[in-house]
Ligand binder design. Structure first.
Ligand code: ADP
Ligand code: MP5
Length: 268
């Protein structure tokens, strides 16, 4: 299940999550938190879904269908984050014994437009991160959550330690924004061991939805019974290929692709 906002451009948000779920062989459930008016140029407008409707969506599908893993994306406001935390706690998502809970702490779109209001950061840090099985911040989100500025690969370890102190069981610091690094290295930390996940940096401007693809492939892996380290490696493999097959669309930043997992003959 994804708890996320809609991107009318279909590159990020719940559209990216559902596409990733399908191509990773799992059935996707959705709790919509917001609808954005978005294209390759940016987020032009949005409306948030009432918090009780977000809670209702989670409860309705969990009660009837059950969930094997859950991820969050754009959560829009402190009120929605509090509601998501309360609801997930009630239905057994996250924490030490609940369904695996992947918190992608989406704070802004890649164009720099904020995706939650001022109360969001506090709620994210105080309520959601302590429930997370794994948190998957990019380097801007690392700075927002910890105050640490990561400009070199070596600094990712301190950031992972600081993030883990906020309560998640695992931390995945994503290195996509270190554009001078010839590799895209993500760092997994379980409180004891650091594991670097390297991949060649693809020379493309079209990376819209990369973070969503990574977190939703990871979530799919967990739903299919992988351990956190296995699912994280699977997510990294998935997103590296998705970026390699990204394509231009619209005037600016194009989407990463999920089509690379569709057989060549089916694409003709
Ligand atoms: N140019 C690229 N080539 C290969 N992998 C990339 C590239 N850009 C990002 N990634 C990978 O995509 C995922 C998301 O990256 P990142 O840009 O750090 O986060 P976000 O999309 O949330 O801003 C990470 O696994 C990162 O390593
Ligand atoms: C609805 C929604 N959710 C998430 C993102 C973040 O994705 P990105 O960092 O690629 O802009 C987005 N732009 N829109």
């Amino acid at each position: 299940m994804t708890i996320a906002g809609s991107d009318s451009g279909g590159a990020a948000g719940l559209e990216a999550d559902l596409r990733t779920f399908i191509t990773c062989g799992v059935h996707g459930l959705v709790a919509v938190t917001a609808v954005t008016v978005q294209n390759t140029l940016g987020v032009h407008d949005r409306t948030d879904i009432p918090a009780h409707i977000v809670a209702g969506q989670i409860e309705a599908v969990v009660d009837d269908m059950g969930v094997d893993a859950v991820k969050t994306g754009m959560l829009a406001s402190g009120e929605i984050i509090e509601t998501v935390a309360d609801t997930c706690e009630r239905v057994g998502i996250g924490g030490d014994t609940g369904v695996p809970f992947v918190v992608d702490p989406v704070a802004a779109s890649m164009h720099g437009h904020p995706l939650f209001d001022d109360t969001g950061l506090t709620a994210l840090r105080d309520r959601l991160l302590p429930m997370a099985t794994i948190v998957t911040p990019n380097l801007d989100e690392v700075r927002l959550l910890t105050g640490l500025e990561v400009t070199r690969r070596e600094q990712m370890r301190d950031a992972a330690v600081a993030l883990r102190e906020l309560g998640p069981r695992f931390v995945l610091v994503k290195g996509g924004h270190l554009t001078d690094d010839p590799e895209c290295v993500d760092l997994l930390f379980d409180g004891t061991t650091f594991t670097e996940l390297p991949a060649p940096r693809v020379d493309t401007p079209h990376t819209h939805g990369a973070g969503d693809a990574m977190a939703s492939a990871l979530t799919s892996g967990l739903a299919r019974g992988m351990s956190i380290p296995e699912a994280t490696r699977f997510g990294k493999w998935y997103v590296s290929n998705a970026v390699r097959h990204s394509y231009p669309m619209g005037a600016k930043v194009g989407p990463v692709s999920a089509f690379w997992r569709v057989a060549e003959e089916d694409r003709e």
